[in-house]
Design a protein. Structure first.
Ligand SMILES: Cc1cc2nc3c(=O)[nH]c(=O)nc-3n(C[C@H](O)[C@H](O)[C@H](O)COP(=O)(O)OP(=O)(O)OC[C@H]3O[C@@H](n4cnc5c(N)ncnc54)[C@H](O)[C@@H]3O)c2cc1C
Length: 500
């Protein structure tokens, strides 16, 4: 049963922070959440150079005004700063800082500037999400049932008896679904399906099985199994594939790059100063313009590396051939949402006896305890039933419209449902909530069954990359692979292109 907003503590004075694509859109302070989280339109104080956190909420609206053709109508003439650099890097994420570091490695005396429109850096490596408990939630099954994934957990699921039988078979001893096909033929067949379709159409599993499994991919991939490919589900070890006789230790060429490269923690990102809250608005031969919160400032640049989101590049760099503009626009990032909830008293979570909990259909699809006192919740707004690209665009629109108040309500509601039975008081036990919304979050990646041209090509990213005068394109979108290693490799490649 849902608690009232008062019992959930919606009016309690706590620290509330709302970040949208890295830009603080509401340090909502110790007051009740007022709702409404659209980024402010007015300019706020100019950034101070070379600090890692800036302050302009204007940053988010600038790229959108550029995209919509509104920016230059009001921007006024650019004003030179008088600064000269050998290299200007646009985007201070992992790839941008990696490019700066690589340039400085080759020329330690070079003058390098990194500009970013965020007021915090997005990259937050977190390993694969391996749940040790599942909340079979009311949104999916009509009532909440918390199930630890310990002995005979299938027997405790609130699903139909036939679904329990099917799930046991999928986990235990599934048959060879395609005995007439060669190993390569089986992989080709899996590459035509999403995991949800595999469960329902190939395994003919009870619909409760698909409903139970649906969010297995959400925390890691930012979309659920209605978009996640069966070929990647097989290589990741999802249930149902053991009877096929395929060797998971040898991933298929049809697996997406992240699955093929699985394993290993990311190396630490390069530590390079970034001029934050400085959205770049124009890149010309020898000059880069950015908005400082009041006006456009320009710096001179011997070379430029664009390590921002690829889809932004056509708006910065006029004159790019049409086929490259189109290819760059096809790099669609997945929206992601993370809420960091600091608890006054973490003992309730300890009593729960689980560290990482997957939810089957509620707004937040996963939550995990980060000692000593923080719970992190993840949500994947992608409308997975539309596939990764169309689903990301639709989910991002939804994310823009969602108020902070609704997000706080869902956070409190889900924590109350999860931890209430072990003594948690959502009104009194929460000290602070910070919501990070990444409209442009996880980098795009080619995957089956959605990108029929994968793995043989030709790839949009190949057409998008390459130099344009003294400008090169880095960023994981240019790979395109949503992994830290891809961002690092793209950085080195872009520097190499300019040094040739
Ligand atoms: C929440 C989250 C968690 C992740 N977790 C993992 C993980 O656990 N393991 C893993 O391998 N990978 C993870 N990734 C993916 C990994 O972070 C990325 O592959 C990598 O960090 C991307 O680096 P990047 O530099 O290409 O892009 P970003 O880090 O997105 O950097 C691009 C930067 O460009 C800036 N920018 C955009 N437009 C402009 C403009 N006009 N002017 C100036 N700057 C601009 C943006 O503000 C942004 O900071 C995660 C990504 C996210 C969002």
């Amino acid at each position: 049963m849902s608690l009232t907003p008062r019992a959930l503590g919606m009016s309690r004075p706590i620290s509330r922070r709302d970040f949208f694509d890295g830009v603080a859109v509401g340090a909502l302070g110790s007051v009740a959440a007022a709702g409404g989280s659209e980024p402010p339109q007015d300019a706020v104080p100019a950034p101070r150079p070379f600090e890692v956190r800036g302050g302009t909420a204007q940053a988010l609206s600038v790229p959108h005004a550029l995209r919509d053709g509104r920016f230059w109508r009001h921007a006024g003439p650019p004003v030179p700063t008088g600064e000269k650099y050998d290299l200007v890097v646009v985007g201070g994420g992992r790839s941008g800082r990696g490019a700066a570091r690589e340039w400085l490695r080759r020329d330690p005396r070079a003058r390098v500037l990194v500009l970013d429109n965020h007021d915090e850096i997005a990259d937050r490596p977190r390993g694969p999400f391996r749940a040790d408990a599942v909340m079979c939630d009311a949104e999916t099954f009509g009532a909440d049932t918390f199930v630890s994934l310990t002995a005979d957990w299938i027997g405790r699921l609130p699903i139909a008896p036939d679904a329990r039988r099917d799930l046991r078979a999928l986990h235990g001893d599934p048959p060879d679904w395609f005995p007439w096909l060669s190993p390569e033929g089986k992989q080709e067949r899996l590459a035509e399906l999403t995991y949800s379709r595999f469960l329902l159409e190939v395994c003919a599993a009870h619909p409760d099985v698909e409903r139970f499994c649906r969010t297995m991919s959400s925390a890691e991939w930012a979309y659920d199994t209605r978009a996640f490919g069966a070929i990647d589900a097989w290589a990741t070890g999802y249930p149902g594939f053991d009877g096929l006789g395929l060797d998971r230790a040898k991933p298929s060429r049809l697996n997406s790059p992240t699955v093929r490269a699985a394993g290993g923690d990311p190396e630490p990102a390069a530590d390079v100063p970034v001029r934050m809250s400085s959205p770049v608005v124009s890149v010309r031969e020898g000059s880069v313009g950015y908005f400082d919160g009041h006006r456009v400032r320009t710096v001179e640049a011997g070379a430029v590396i664009l390590a921002c989101w690829s889809a932004v590049v056509p708006y910065l760099l006029p004159g790019l051939p049409e086929h490259r503009r189109r290819a760059l626009s096809r790099a669609v990032r997945m929206p992601l949402l993370q809420a960091d909830v600091r608890l006054r008293d973490p003992r309730a979570w300890r009593r729960l006896g689980a560290r990482r909990v997957r939810w089957t259909g509620a707004y937040w699809c996963a939550c995990a305890f980060d000692p000593p006192d923080t719970v992190r919740l993840l949500a994947a707004p992608c409308r997975s039933e539309l596939g990764p690209d169309a689903g990301a665009a639709a989910g991002r629109q939804e994310l823009f419209r969602t108020s902070y108040e609704r997000l706080e309500h869902t956070v409190r509601d889900q924590l109350a449902r999860l931890l209430g039975p072990v003594g948690f008081d959502p009104a009194g036990d929460i000290e602070a909530i910070a919501v990070h919304r990444w409209g442009h979050g996880r980098a795009p990646e080619y995957c089956r069954p959605w990108h029929a041209f994968y793995p043989d090509g030709p790839f949009p990213a190949d057409a998008a990359r390459g130099t344009f005068g003294r400008v090169a394109i880095a960023g994981s979108d240019a790979a395109p692979v949503g992994r830290s290693g891809a961002a690092d490799a793209a950085a080195v490649r872009a520097v190499e292109e300019l040094w040739r």
